[in-house]
Design a protein around this ligand. Structure first.
Ligand SMILES: Cc1cc2nc3c(=O)[nH]c(=O)nc-3n(C[C@H](O)[C@H](O)[C@H](O)COP(=O)(O)OP(=O)(O)OC[C@H]3O[C@@H](n4cnc5c(N)ncnc54)[C@H](O)[C@@H]3O)c2cc1C
Length: 481
């Protein structure tokens, strides 16, 4: 069928899914005002695929002759990888990098998972996942995922009994029960992937389960966190009103997963190896998204600085300059991640040697390293810079106050910036607050920290990597010389 329009995406959401928000069951997510902004944004991305300016970048011709999304292109060569980079760049640029779970992320995750299953020789699982990728591509569906178990007791390393697990098997498939947290975009996605992240232990086979189901699957309850879009106009909430993705706890209340959508059931090795052997699509897409957000926050800091004259102070020039430098590093990381992903795929096909000591990535794809350590740091720093540059300017009135008949002339003359009329200055400050403070901004800050899992655990993993031993050997060499 090929690429959809925004209208078809909206229609697909009217499926009777069990979404709960603010204490009520939402009968139709397309008519629920807090989801209106994000549905409009995603519909806009679907429509953009048909825009002659973007079609070549956002889509490609698949062997069936249909135009399909480049986000699902199983790139093998560096040229194909660059086509993916251009597409991800455009889509994250159109969404200012603030959509952490733009569906492109899960598309990349699934391509990575297929690469892992192929590498491990898990042919049955690979065949099902390949068919599923074809389905997503042909129907142009929007996917999201949930990888993390409920926070029942984080002092324990084993899987909590509340986690999604297999409770029954039949010829049709398996029945699963339990919860996953969190799933960003779940209320407005077509498909939900339950995938692996933290390893399962031997004996935890019933929890070693990976599958994908439509959002309207009977027994699946999508329980949203408090929605942040309360109808404030775009002037006051430019990001919340467009990019409030929504996060939800997923409750599987005895859900039947048919065999063809059940990728892994009880195979602990396959479950644990799925993420461990990623060739690198996920990290590449997520790095491009992180770089778009970094560019946006850097631009925001610079515009805020112009709005209050801080652009003339050396201190703030230094801070914004630091962010500009990080963008250069991020762009280099993206190119490195694209090359690294292509090299890994070609190495697995026997076309080149695998990356070894001194080569980019080592045993961790470049893009994953970037999203586990680099981007959480620089995006946190970028928020800090916006805050330092803006000062108290972000604690601001609404657009309505500015236009109140008793205030408007006064405020126009008192609240301007250098070469910035009062209204423009206020608009910039409202954007800065939405991006870094308020509910949307606070959630974004937490999300960037936890985007690729627990950052503390991630760094400990890097401590255990061969790269550290290589560095130690370098020192030993000099000591022994
Ligand atoms: C807004 C948002 C959206 C999300 N969306 C998704 C999604 O779409 N899909 C998905 O699968 N997951 C999602 N997540 C979940 C995310 O993957 C997890 O938050 C992340 O893996 C960390 O797990 P946790 O929240 O359970 O934290 P925990 O593992 O419970 O850790 C709690 C805190 O303790 C810290 N910590 C842990 N160990 C130590 C230590 N030894 N010393 C000091 N501090 C420590 C951690 O860094 C963390 O800050 C989302 C999270 C957020 C906040």
């Amino acid at each position: 069928m090929g690429i959809r329009t925004g209208v078809r995406y909206r229609k697909g959401l009217q499926d009777g899914r069990a979404v709960y928000a603010n204490g009520e069951r939402v009968p139709d997510v397309t008519q629920y005002p807090p989801f209106g902004g994000i549905i409009g944004t995603l519909a806009g991305l679907y429509d953009a695929q048909h825009d002659p300016r973007h079609t070549e970048t956002m889509t490609y011709l698949c062997p069936s002759g249909d135009r399909v999304s480049t986000t699902l292109m199983p790139a093998r060569t560096i040229e194909e990888m660059q086509a993916r980079v251009r597409c991800d760049y455009l889509r994250t640029d159109l969404t200012y990098g603030v959509m952490g779970r733009i569906p492109d992320f899960v598309n990349a995750f699934l391509l990575d998972a297929a690469g892992s299953l192929e590498f491990m020789g898990k042919t049955d699982a690979l065949a099902k996942l390949t068919d599923y990728l074809d389905l997503l591509r042909d129907l142009d569906l929007a996917s999201t995922h949930a990888l993390i178990d409920p926070q029942s007791d984080r002092s324990r390393a084993d899987t909590p009994m509340e986690a999604v697990q297999i409770v029954a098997e039949s010829a049709e498939g398996v029945t699963v029960r339990g919860a996953r947290m969190l799933s960003t975009l779940a209320p407005v996605a077509d498909e939900i992937l339950i995938g692996p992240f933290l390893p399962r232990q031997p004996g935890e086979e019933r929890y070693a389960v990976s599958f994908a189901v439509p959002a309207d699957t009977p027994g699946l309850k999508i329980v949203c966190r408090e929605p942040y879009d309360t109808g404030a106009p775009a002037f006051d909430r430019p990001l919340t009103s467009r990019f409030e993705e929504g996060d939800a706890v997923l409750v599987f209340d005895d859900v039947l997963v048919p065999r063809d959508r059940l990728f892994i059931a009880g195979d602990v090795d396959a479950y644990n190896g799925m993420v461990a052997h990623f060739p690198g699509f996920t990290g590449l897409q997520a790095s491009i998204r992180g770089a778009a957000k970094l560019r946006f926050l850097t631009g925001l800091a610079a515009v805020v600085a112009r709005a209050n004259g801080r652009h003339r102070s050396a201190r703030h020039q230094e801070e914004i300059g630091e962010l500009v430098a990080h963008i250069g590093v991020a762009e280099g990381l993206i190119q490195g991640a694209a090359l690294d992903c292509a090299n890994r795929i070609q190495a697995r096909a026997g076309l080149r040697p695998p990356p070894g000591p001194g080569q980019p990535g080592g045993n961790m794809p470049v893009g994953l390293t970037a999203i586990m350590v680099f981007f959480p740091q620089v995006l946190t720093r970028a928020v800090e810079v916006v805050r330092m540059v803006a000062g108290s300017g972000v604690i601001a009135m609404t657009e309505q106050d500015l236009h109140h008949p008793e205030l408007t002339g006064l405020l126009d003359s008192l609240m301007h910036g250098p070469d910035f009329p009062a209204e423009r200055r206020l608009q910039v400050m409202r954007m800065a607050w939405d991006a870094t403070g308020g509910q949307f901004g606070s959630r974004q800050a937490l999300y960037e920290r936890l985007y690729a899992g627990d950052p503390v655990g991630n760094r400990v993993r890097f401590f255990g990597m061969p790269r550290r031993s290589e560095c130690e050997e370098m020192v030993e060499r000099l000591l022994d010389s």
